[in-house]
Ligand binder design. Structure first.
Ligand SMILES: Cc1cc2nc3c(=O)[nH]c(=O)nc-3n(C[C@H](O)[C@H](O)[C@H](O)COP(=O)(O)OP(=O)(O)OC[C@H]3O[C@@H](n4cnc5c(N)ncnc54)[C@H](O)[C@@H]3O)c2cc1C
Length: 381
């Protein structure tokens, strides 16, 4: 087993970290407080190529393999303290682009992918409803065929980019009798008649990426905007969520590296009663545990990405990765706050923001309870 990176990978990692540090870190305290999304930063990230990293070269992307891509996303998360922005980029790459690339017709890919990679068009991924979250396939939205169109009626909630998206992948029932096999996915323009994007909803963390409700009332969608085959909605959801679960927390590892470096520096230089606080085992062991979480999280993420890249089954690893990285970041955030004492509790310091952001990672893409259900099921329980 070879754990080394090539010179080219090392070079890219260095460049991405620098780019993120210099270009994607501005005004974060204010944007977090206001809950405002910066389309300018989104465009900067897109212009740098982030949204094309994992897209094949013949589709206009960089064609990086998934292990390289997660390493670059980690570098992005290390340089860019805006966890909302890096989460949004991941959601777009793994939820939306994966579904398009693997299930879209050439025309659909041509219409949506270049604009997505260029950061000119944002697509929301609309599954969750008031009546269905963890039991995702229990949704009630419908898409009834009417000649060359489908007529969509659905209320989608907690939708990342919902308030600002230009388009949406919407999951709805085309055959209510057939359970999960009666679900289909549609590419819907946000300016279609009957489509309403509701205002941004305030939330605990990840406040720099908007989420909210999307309503569809008798929205007529041409049948060529069906994504995949009719009845393939559950497969599209399961497939794209598998990618998201495997890869979306990569930037959080970078955030954990940033946090660790900051805590080491702080513990070395903060002096109390004549010695640095890092000399206290209570503090230094917290930092050692942060390092342990970071290194073990890395191994799990890289293995999961490698399995995904090589087309090997990784249901188990994906669920473990989502759970473990999510909980590691939360625990390291709590440790970082404890290490910083009262300063860690201050908004301007940024340490508490990481904790608020980390909680989102325990919920979106399937809660950690649901990930544990998957693991237990695969273990035969
Ligand atoms: C930041 C953020 C972004 C999101 N973005 C999107 C998006 O872009 N598109 C989208 O469609 N959705 C999105 N969601 C919604 C997200 O997928 C759901 O919140 C999540 O799947 C949980 O569903 P729920 O909120 O309905 O909770 P519920 O399903 O009501 O769960 C409530 C609690 O019960 C537990 N629970 C429920 N069922 C079980 C079970 N079978 N076994 C064990 N425990 C269980 C859960 O773990 C949780 O603790 C987002 C959510 C967040 C927080």
């Amino acid at each position: 087993m070879d754990f080394s990176w090539t010179e080219e990978q090392e070079r890219l990692v260095g460049e991405v970290t620098e780019f993120a540090r210099n270009e994607l870190a501005s005004d974060l305290v204010e944007r977090d407080a206001q809950g405002s999304f910066s389309r300018d930063l989104w465009k900067r990230a897109a212009d740098y190529g982030v949204l094309g990293w994992a897209v094949p070269v013949d589709q206009g992307g960089a064609g990086y393999d998934l292990v390289t891509t997660v390493r670059l996303l980690e570098a992005l998360g290390e340089g860019c303290p805006d966890n909302g922005l890096t989460f949004g980029l991941g959601a777009q790459m793994w939820g939306v682009q994966t579904a398009l690339l693997h299930f879209g017709t050439p025309e659909q890919v041509e219409r949506f992918l270049p604009a997505s990679m260029a950061g000119e068009s944002l697509t929301a991924y609309c599954m969750t409803e008031e009546v269905s979250g963890s039991d995702a396939f229990g949704l009630e939205g419908t898409a009834i065929r009417d000649g060359d169109h489908y007529v969509l009626n659905a209320e989608k909630v907690l939708i990342t980019f919902g308030p600002v998206a230009d388009a949406a992948i919407v999951f709805a029932k085309t055959n209510p009798e057939a359970g999960r096999w009666g679900l289909s996915a549609f590419l819907v323009d946000a300016n279609a008649s009957g489509y309403t994007a509701h205002p941004v909803e305030s939330k605990m963390g990840l406040r720099t990426v908007p989420f909210g409700k999307v309503s569809l009332r008798d929205v007529r969608v041409p049948k060529d905007q069906l994504l995949g085959k009719e009845g393939a909605g559950a497969s599209i959801f399961t497939f794209s969520q598998g990618w998201e679960r495997s890869l979306v927390l990569a930037p959080q590892l970078g955030a954990m590296q940033r946090q660790l470096d900051d805590c080491v520096q702080f513990a070395r230089t903060r002096v109390r009663a004549g010695q640095s606080i890092g000399k206290h085992q209570a503090v230094s062991h917290r930092i050692a545990d942060m390092k342990l979480r970071l290194e073990t999280g890395r191994l799990l993420l890289y293995k999961t990405a490698w399995l995904q890249q090589n087309g090997r089954p990784n249901l188990m690893e994906a669920a473990l990765t989502k759970t473990y990285l999510g909980e590691c970041f939360r625990d390291s955030c709590l440790a970082a706050i404890a290490i910083h004492g009262g300063d860690g509790y201050k908004t301007a310091q940024g340490v508490e923001r990481d904790l608020r952001d980390a909680i989102g990672g325990l919920i979106y893409g399937g809660t950690t309870d649901i990930q544990r259900n998957i693991v237990a099921g695969l273990l035969g329980l």
